[in-house]
Design a protein around this ligand. Sequence first.
Ligand code: NDP
Length: 292
Amino acid sequence: MELLNGKETSQIIMKEISDAVRNRKSEGKKIPHLAAILVGGDGGSITYVNNKLRACEACGFESTLMRYDDSVSEEVLLNKIHTLNEDKSIDGFIVQLPLPPHIDETKVILAIDPMKDVDGFHPMNLGKMALNMPAFISATPSGIIELIRRYELDTAGKRCVIIGRSNIVGMPLSILLSQNKEFGNCTVTLTHSQTKNLKEICLQADIVIAALGQPGFVKEDMVKEGAVVIDVGITRVKDESKKTGWRLSGDVDFDQVAPKCSYISPVPGGVGPMTVASLMMNTLKAMDLKGK
Ligand code: NDP
């Protein structure tokens, strides 16, 4: 069994990005600038945004954080998005989800200029991705593909089962892995909460990707010998032995499943850091697209 070490891989990618940024700087060119909008004080969201801002620093990017109280109105948020769309100094920006219930997430995503949509959530980017056209691909699916690329895993003709069909992970990943291109060409089964015989379906898979948000869901009897297992799940679970009182858990029962795998990604240190590295790659691309 070999670990798919997302932490180490993401550090290599960010080093490559910071080298590219240093070169740009020495040529007197603009350096990338990512802005992030954070609404409310949810612990998870604050941690995710802080990780992204730290990554900006590591890559040599400029970054700006705009924080709003939970009670911010939809109108104020949409106005901010319009301002960021027009601001030429900002290459890309993200709105950290989830948003409070009184704000319509779809409206917010639709308001973002697709050319600055480095999260790849806008339908324009999702549509282009589906047609295999150049687009911003949302950070988690593209981070997973990048992890597969860096480990040179064979995907062509392999049976891949994805558990979870969300718009930000499972659904786009199912499209990417089934496309006729390098690190695609899988035969993909996209499963969800209505799927019957999930265990039997998973047992046929050469590659299992778990993205459902249920800690330890994938057990040893769901995975065939020699499979590749990629764990997307991140859930805080109670752990009295930690100072915080919690630890992060993936969707795979790692201790049970790992001995059966050819490759497996851990949580933490797997898909999470790759997601952040992908966001940095998208931000660099956003600047290049504008020919700055
Ligand atoms: P969502 O809650 O949006 O979607 C979960 C999906 O899992 C749904 O499609 C749901 O089915 C499916 N599902 C739920 N229960 C089952 C079940 N028992 N059997 C089969 N399918 C099931 O989740 P996200 O995609 O946003 O996130 C999934 C996990 O990944 C979470 O733990 C999240 O924290 C993590 N995550 C990690 C990221 C990273 O950077 N590492 C980034 C994004 C997410 P249905 O559609 O029928 O409801």
